[in-house]
Design a binder for this molecule. Structure first.
Ligand code: C2E
Ligand code: C2E
Ligand code: C2E
Length: 91
């Protein structure tokens, strides 16, 4: 088990992502592919992403970060521990 003090990370399951319907998952798939390319990180089964990236994805999907986090978890592409990790921002 991980240390209790560590905050939950946002970890995408790339294998599960590629099995999703392209329509809804398309923007997330392209976003993850862009991050992989920027890092040169092509061999992973998972991809750790930034908190800021969930906020950006929330704008793309026109959802609140909390709703989108729950949706990605229900799709099986985001670790369940991520729930509650992304803070709501009012802008
Ligand atoms: P950058 O943001 O200027 O980061 C430069 C380098 O600092 C990164 O090179 C990485 O080695 C390190 N770095 C920055 N933030 C973190 C972090 O939170 N954790 C870790 N472990 N290292 C960090 P790298 O990985 O080759 O990425 C190159 C550029 O690609 C980054 O430049 C950034 O513009 C973009 N990028 C990479 N991964 C992400 C991501 O997850 N989200 C976003 N938004 N951009 C990313
Ligand atoms: P962790 O964060 O729990 O990650 C466990 C394993 O998941 C990693 O083992 C790696 O195989 C995979 N993984 C997680 N995120 C990514 C990702 O964005 N890309 C890829 N390709 N794989 C990922 P690994 O690499 O042996 O790392 C073991 C532990 O070392 C990590 O556990 C973490 O605690 C630490 N670590 C590795 N790289 C970094 C880093 O860039 N920043 C920080 N802070 N810790 C790191
Ligand atoms: P991590 O590497 O364990 O970093 C944990 C947190 O430390 C990051 O959360 C960020 O708040 C801070 N941090 C680490 N390195 C840097 C840095 O170079 N510059 C800044 N400004 N902050 C840094 P965050 O942003 O939510 O990222 C979560 C995880 O996503 C990171 O865990 C890492 O695994 C991955 N990640 C994010 N950005 C990059 C990146 O540019 N390159 C790589 N290789 N991994 C990244």
């Amino acid at each position: 088990a991980a240390a209790a003090a560590a905050p939950p990370r946002l970890i995408l399951d790339l294998e599960a992502l590629h099995h999703l319907d392209a329509g809804e998952a398309g923007p997330l798939t392209r976003y993850a592919a862009t991050i992989q390319a920027q890092r040169g990180d092509y061999n992973g089964k998972v991809l750790s992403i930034r908190q800021d990236d969930m906020r950006t994805l929330a704008v793309i999907y026109d959802e609140s970060p909390t709703t989108l986090t729950e949706r990605f978890i229900s799709w099986g592409v985001l670790n369940p521990e991520a729930k509650g990790d992304v803070e709501e921002t009012t802008e």
